[in-house]
Design a protein around this ligand. Sequence first.
Ligand SMILES: O=c1[nH]cnc2c1ncn2[C@@H]1O[C@H](CO)[C@@H](O)[C@H]1O
Ligand SMILES: [Zn+2]
Length: 384
Amino acid sequence: MTSQNRNVPGPDQIRRAPKVLLHDHLDGGLRPGTVVELAAAQGYEGLPETEADRLGRWFREAADSGSLERYLETFAHTCAVMQSRDALFRVAAECAEDLAEDGVVYAEVRYAPEQHLTAGLTLEEVVEAVNDGFREGERRAREAGHRIRVGALLTAMRHAARALEIAELANRYRDRGVVGFDIAGAEAGYPPTRHLDAFEYLKRENNHFTIHAGEAFGLPSIWQALQWCGADRLGHGVRIIDDITTTDDGGVTLGRLASYVRDKRVPLEMCPTSNLQTGAAASYAEHPIGLLRKLHFRVTVNTDNRLMSGTSMSREFERLVDTFGYTLDDMQWFTVNAMKSAFIPFDERLAMINDVVKPGYAELKSEWLFRQTAVTSGSSASSG
Ligand SMILES: O=c1[nH]cnc2c1ncn2[C@@H]1O[C@H](CO)[C@@H](O)[C@H]1O
Ligand SMILES: [Zn+2]
């Protein structure tokens, strides 16, 4: 290992590095085998494949459609098998376990309670089943030697009209497993201001929320999310790139909105692989994350939907390391950005950064020293 690349992590270091995940959908992260088993147990006959590997491949290919609307159609199958307390509990527990196994130490996982009512559960029962599942998953992870903390974000669907009700639900379960609120679903035609009452309510309650914006629709969506709705963070936000002009000689000019986003340190929850599938970016190399990181926007790295994108936090970082040559220092920077932007209290975020994230990266960064010592002492005899 040379001194030039010693800081560029390999797959094993990427997996062991402490990672923080702010944007992950519970109904987009099931194990394919779990979808198959739940469908069989519940008599759901709509699955396009009934063998786990084939089903996993089907999700990735169907989601690889170039349009957000088509991508979202695949969630009909996962939501269909997440309608009972037991199913929600299992999916949430496995989610926490899988993230912990991948080296995630803190995660905010979102889902839309209104999509889990068809078998008769109440909104409260849905939230409690998922919370209990997360606690169980944290416990199993601890037993397996991993530490993870998972908070829930309650999502309202932007085409529906239940946002205020879901915002009130999020507020009721605040300090009891729910750390914030979000809106998701098709973006074009459903601007954030459609749900202004929900956001104004949460602001009056001093609560936190993020908004999917600037993914399938451009700057007006981001502008509304921030300046009308008061979002704390942006889900994706990739289209902020439309307000940045670059010239061939390397000059960069930020428009008013892009300046605001950078100046106010608005966290961007970027999900590179998901963006390639929905057509929000053409390739990893062309993904706006490269430029936004260079310009010191508050960028974070996320999975969005591990099942539909066949991804994990480690895989997202592997792609970015391959594409942009990111180092352990870059990985730490993204991770500290994410931890700073989490919705848990400041003292807890700080302790996570100082007592978990930074020591974890320091440990990884020191590994080359010991390897180098072994090589040097072995070759010292011949070199005199
Ligand atoms: O990238 C995305 N953009 C917008 N909506 C999404 C995305 N991923 C998932 N969902 C939507 O959020 C719901 C609750 O988790 C999912 O059912 C899906 O419809
Ligand atoms: Zn999302």
